[in-house]
Write a protein that binds this ligand. Sequence first.
Ligand SMILES: C[S@@+](CC[C@H](N)C(=O)[O-])C[C@H]1O[C@@H](n2cnc3c(N)ncnc32)[C@H](O)[C@@H]1O
Length: 251
Amino acid sequence: MALYLIGLGLYDEKDISVKGLEAAKKCNKLFMEEYTSKLGVDKSKVESLIGKEIILLRRRDVEQSDLLINEASKGDVAFLVGGDPLTATTHIDILIQARKKGIKTKVIHASSIYTSVCESGLFIYKFGKSCSIPFPTENYNPSSFYDTIVENLKMGLHTIVFLDIHGEENRFMTVNEGLKRILEVAKERKDNQINEETLAVGFARMGSDDQVIKFGKIKYLINFDFGAPQHILVIPGKLHFVEEEALKLYQ
Ligand SMILES: C[S@@+](CC[C@H](N)C(=O)[O-])C[C@H]1O[C@@H](n2cnc3c(N)ncnc32)[C@H](O)[C@@H]1O
C-alpha cells in the first residue's frame, strides 16, 4: 500500500530516473496526467519502457475525485507526471490526502523546466516569483502576470513565465502568443515598463535533441518561429556579466 509520485522528466520516455523506472515497474497500477505538462512523446512509449499499461487521468479525475487515494489504499500505485511532479503543479494535495489516510508516499524527482532554463546562462538564485499566462476566455482573462514581471524587474530579478497548456486538447501557448499578450496588457494599461525593446528569452522543447533557446528584444522574438511545443518564456532582470556572456550565445 503505497503511492509513488514519479517525475517523468523534461521531454521523452528516457527522462525518467532509474529509481522512477524501477518503482513504476513494481507498482500494481499506473496512472499518468498530461494537463500540467505533456511529454514530447506518446504515452505508449512510456508504457513500452515500463512494460505496463498506464491509465491517463484528466484534471477532474485527480482534483475532484479520490481515485488515486482509493487505489493506493488497495496496493502500490504510481502516478506519473511530466517534469518534476511537485514543481509548478498542485500534486502536493494528493500527498497530503494520502498521508492523512495513513498511506505511505514516496516522491521520485526528475528534471524540470524550472531549472532547465538555466542552460541560457541565467542564475537560478536571481529568479523572483513566477507567473503564468492563461489562454483568454470570455469570462477569464487575467493580467496579473504583468504585475509579477514588473515587480521582479524593479528588483532586478528574472521571471519565469509559464505558458498555458490544455494538454488534453493538445493546445499549447507559444512564446509568440505569450509575448503578444504581455504587450497587449502594457497597451491596455498605457504602461511602458515592458515594451518591444524589453529583453526576453524563449525556450522550446527543452530536453529534446532539437530544443531551442533564443534571446533578444521582444520585437524580435515575437516573430521568431520556435516550432513544436512546449514553450516557455523568461523575462530577465538585471544581468550579471557572466549571464550576459552566456545569453549572447543564443542571440
Ligand atoms: C505547469 S508547468 C509544469 C512543470 C513541470 N512539472 C516541470 O517540473 O517541468 C508546465 C509548463 O512549463 C513549460 N514546459 C514544460 N516542459 C517544457 C519543455 N520541455 N520545454 C519548454 N517548456 C516546457 C510550458 O510552458 C508548460 O506549460
